[in-house]
Design a protein around this ligand. Structure first.
Ligand SMILES: Nc1ncnc2c1ncn2[C@@H]1O[C@H](COP(=O)(O)OP(=O)(O)OP(=O)(O)O)[C@@H](O)[C@H]1O
Ligand SMILES: [Mg+2]
Length: 469
């Protein structure tokens, strides 16, 4: 789209020549002869920039500028100053004009100033959008009691600067908690540096954490800053801290005690100001008992403990999270957000979620990409989900085994048991698609539905959360 510029000048000559030049450069250029006409034009149309003469016959340039500011605080204005009105131009810049050009106008200078002002505005807009995106990325969705409590704890702990240890199963949102603590802390403008202790080979972890000097070991061709130093003034997130070797634990403990790091191969140490947030999916108490984790380090890290509850313990968050991920991922892939059918949601609600929120996000990502049409139905869900255990599933793992054949009290009871299990098996084979199952079993769909309901084979809706979500 062409960028549009509004020229405001009482001299006809200036208006026509500017319109000509800017038009040649590919801009949409309109021109008016007074401050009043400028405001009228801005109320009617959208412009990307105003070129404003400060010396105008009726409403003067500065008054016009302040009116423009009330209409649109972000609209870039470049001021044209005449002979002897430099001071006014300076005033205008103080009032928020981007820049100014002097009469007699130099063609090149004017174009340059216009281009810069437009670019500046674009950068600012991009910056704002990025910042919003980044902040949006760490938003914690959920209204369950568990998540509300977590949010309250984050708000309380964040500004305190105390060390935090986050415990939670895989995919529960430990990193998200760490990010939120950082964002809510006094270090928010400082760096957030992440180290995954499980992902770094044992022989590299020290140089990764503490840095190294040139020639410290084979392959150390240059001096490298460690993560502690990079996090100076900010937060260091030690992820999977339970996977650190005892040797590294000893060194980390020293850094925490002394607030100083010594790069590998170095002779002097560097003072650092770092808040450490650690996370683990291991019960560190057990690791301590097994002598795999140092107790003294545990106490150093665990000043403020956090527990992120597994998703299966806060199922009312499932619909909210599912919708949140549909919106987020649809935007990311440039797709229209799809609806989530109530039956599909039932299946999601019934699932056990061993991989927690990450598992849900991955499933939604796949659905956003792969589902045709605007609606996600139960049949689109991966088969594994449907194999989950709905209430009353026959011969569920962990349930008591079915009676032996001879033990059924009646033919009706035996027939019922067989029918129940048979239907469930076929339903699974059809990926939870009721119509297809009915077709395969050669029964009416409504008939099958009634039977499944009677046998308790339909995942029950849980609570009101679902209805209102
Ligand atoms: N409450 C929530 N609201 C929105 N998104 C969430 C929430 N919890 C987790 N997520 C998202 O789920 C994914 C997994 O979360 P995160 O990486 O924080 O978990 P984790 O506990 O660190 O996982 P892992 O143990 O696998 O490292 C991320 O994409 C995260 O943004
Ligand atoms: Mg993580």
């Amino acid at each position: 789209m062409r960028e549009s510029i509004l020229i405001v000048d009482d001299e006809t000559g200036v208006r026509t020549s500017l319109q000509g030049i800017l038009g040649d450069e590919g801009y949409q250029a309109d021109a008016v002869e007074s401050g009043e006409a400028c405001l009228a034009a801005l109320e009617k149309g959208r412009y990307d920039l105003v070129l404003l003469d400060v010396w105008l016959p009726q409403m003067d340039g500065l008054t016009t500028l302040s009116r423009i500011r009330t209409l649109d605080p972000d609209l870039p204005v470049v001021v044209i100053s005449g002979h002897g009105s430099i001071e006014t131009a300076v005033k205008a810049v103080r009032m928020g004009a981007q820049d100014f050009v002097e009469k007699p106008l130099s063609l090149e200078k004017t174009l340059l100033v216009v281009r810069n002002a437009l670019r500046q505005r674009k950068l600012e807009a991009e910056n704002r959008a990025l910042k919003q995106q980044v902040e949006h990325r760490w938003v914690m969705v959920g209204e369950s009691a568990g998540l509300r409590a977590l949010r309250a704890e984050i708000a309380q702990a964040a500004p305190s600067n105390g060390r935090v240890l986050i415990y939670g199963e895989n995919g529960t949102g430990k990193e998200l908690v760490a990010r939120n603590i950082h964002v809510g802390s006094l270090r928010a403008d400082g760096p957030f540096v992440e180290v995954n202790c499980a992902a770094i080979p044992e022989e590299l972890i020290e140089s990764e954490l503490f840095g190294h000097t040139r020639g410290a070991f084979t392959g150390a061709l240059t001096t490298k800053k460690g993560k502690f130093e990079l996090a100076d003034g900010g937060t260091l997130f030690l992820d999977e801290v339970g996977d650190m070797s005892l040797k590294t634990q000893a060194k980390v403990l020293r850094v925490l005690q002394e607030q100083k790091v010594e790069p590998v191969g170095g002779t002097s140490s560097i003072t650092v100001d770092v808040r450490v947030i650690a996370a683990t999916n291991k019960r560190l108490e057990n690791e301590i008992r097994k002598a795999a984790f140092r107790e003294d380090l545990y106490f150093r890290l665990n000043v403020i403990p956090f527990q992120v509850p597994p998703l299966r313990d806060r199922r009312e968050d499932v619909p909210l999270l599912a919708r949140h991920f549909i919106a987020e991922l649809s935007a990311e892939y440039g797709k229209r957000p799809k609806d989530l059918a109530a039956e599909a949601l039932d299946v999601l609600l019934a699932h056990h979620w061993p991989g927690n929120v990450r598992e849900l996000r991955n499933i939604i990502e796949r659905l956003v990409i792969m589902t045709p049409g605007d609606r996600i139905e139960a049949r689109h869900l991966p088969g594994g989900l449907l194999a989950g255990t709905p209430p009353g599933e026959p011969s569920a793992s962990g349930g008591s085994p079915p009676p032996l054949l001879g033990e059924f009290p009646s033919l009706a009871a035996a027939r019922e048991d067989f029918e129940k299990r048979y239907i469930w098996k076929k339903y699974q084979e059809c990926g939870g698609n009721m119509s297809r199952t009915a077709e395969m079993l050669q029964v009416e769909r409504s008939n099958l539905y009634r039977k499944m309901k009677a046998y308790g084979l339909l995942p029950a809706r849980r609570g009101e959360a679902l209805e209102s979500a």
